[in-house]
Design a protein around this ligand. Structure first.
Ligand SMILES: *Cc1c(COP(=O)(O)O)cnc(C)c1O
Length: 383
């Protein structure tokens, strides 16, 4: 192993799980596009693989890299972020169990519990996770999991991972953190006491808007074994080519996140100065309610910014179609800047639920274009 756990993040991102191929010397990890693997004898695998539903060397390479970057012992790569959440919920929760969800979080997570968990006997309470007293009050004797997302999608709310881990563990529950918005470059929840980290690798880890994927990372052996059994049974693991694309993105994560943070900070400061903007949500702003906790647990403040406009929903919708470089689209975390209206787009399915988002809110995924060009584009759209 040429890479050590003490190597810096940028080094591990390029080398962990990515040694040159032993047989051919290929620098890039091969795409093992195969369903099955030849055996030498009955029951004796050549390299630990028998069938790609259970495991595939390209997926393994990505998993080694992700485990290294999150500082966990085991990573599992999935076909999507939602497939990762599904695996975690179905391996941890049993009928009668209770889960605490963030009041302001990814709509799909809430929808999964509401539509598929509740009919199977799971109960759920949504709480603003920055209110630790409210989290303590929501704990029941059957609480098995606190689901944390920080910063949240789309309001960029920040919650204290260390404090939530303490509350969960005191109650005999576990803490899972959706680390999609921060990426492991900016925040490593396992080092703050979380039991498992979840990613939509579709976003910053992949980073190029060309692949859907998800991951779970943990150092808990029991959880890791359950995830392996689940993937082997269900087949929701990442396909070889998808794992390869994600791994290619991971190599440049450190560089990309630095620029995402710089560009987003510039855009947040610009938005604060514009009269058409009512309120800016960005944990990097010194007067943002999440700033202190974010500064404590994050290396930078990320590439996501959201804001409300003067003129309500109608004006917010208009602004979304007035930008030239910020493309009107769902998703986030790619090299290109995106703009969207959460109430009518990404969060439309939770519009009537407790996790509804303000109708005058606009969400930006600030990409890697030139910061002056991005600032001029937004200033024009909001003039
Ligand atoms: C996109 C996203 C997900 C879901 O991931 P998919 O890869 O789309 O399945 C979960 N959580 C957050 C915070 C996300 O942004």
């Amino acid at each position: 192993m040429p890479v050590s756990p003490t190597d810096a993040f940028a080094t591990r991102a390029i080398h962990a799980g990515q040694e040159p191929d032993q047989r051919t010397g290929a620098m890039a990890v091969p795409i093992y596009q195969t369903s099955t693997f030849a055996m030498d004898e009955v029951g004796v695998m050549k390299a630990g693989y028998d069938y790609s539903r259970a495991g595939n060397p390209t997926r393994t390479a990505l998993q080694i890299a992700l485990a290294s970057l999150e500082g966990g012992r085991h990573a599992h790569a999935f076909a999507s972020g939602m497939a990762a959440i599904d695996c975690l919920l179905r391996t941890v929760l049993r009928p009668g169990d209770h889960i605490i969800l963030p009041a302001d979080g990814y709509g799909g997570t809430y929808r999964m519990i509401d539509q598929f968990g509740v009919p199977w006997g799971i109960s759920c309470t949504t709480v603003a996770l920055d209110d630790l007293a409210a989290v303590r009050a929501a704990i029941t004797p059957r609480t098995r999991l606190i689901w944390c997302e920080t910063p949240t999608n789309p309001l960029l709310g920040v919650s204290d991972i260390e404090a939530l881990a303490e509350i969960a563990h005191a109650a005999g529950a576990q803490l899972a953190v959706d680390n999609t918005f921060a990426s492991p470059y900016l925040q490593t929840p396992l080092s703050l006491g979380a039991d498992v980290v979840m990613h939509s690798t579709t976003k910053y880890l992949g980073g190029h808007s060309d692949v859907i994927g998800g991951a779970l990372v943990t150092s808990d052996e029991e959880l890791a074994e359950a995830f392996t059994a689940f993937i082997t049974t269900v087949g929701s693991g990442a396909a070889p080519f998808d794992a390869w694309l994600t791994l290619r993105g991971v190599k440049t994560l450190a560089l990309r996140m630095e620029r995402h943070c710089d560009n987003a900070e510039r855009i947040a400061e610009l938005l604060v100065s514009l009269p058409k903007v009512a309120r800016v949500h960005y944990p990097g702003l010194p007067d943002d309610p999440g700033h202190t906790v974010a500064a404590k647990q994050m290396r930078g403040f990320g590439g996501m910014v959201s804001f409300t406009v003067v003129g309500g929903e109608e004006e917010a919708v208009k602004v979304c179609s007035r930008t030239r470089l910020f493309t009107l689209a769902e998703s986030l975390g790619g090299v290109e800047s995106l703009i969207e209206h959460p109430h009518l787009m990404t969060h439309a399915s939770v519009a009537d639920s407790v996790t509804a988002v303000p109708p005058d809110l606009i969400r930006l995924s600030v990409g890697l274009e030139d910061a002056d060009d991005l600032a001029a584009d937004l200033a024009d759209a909001l003039s």
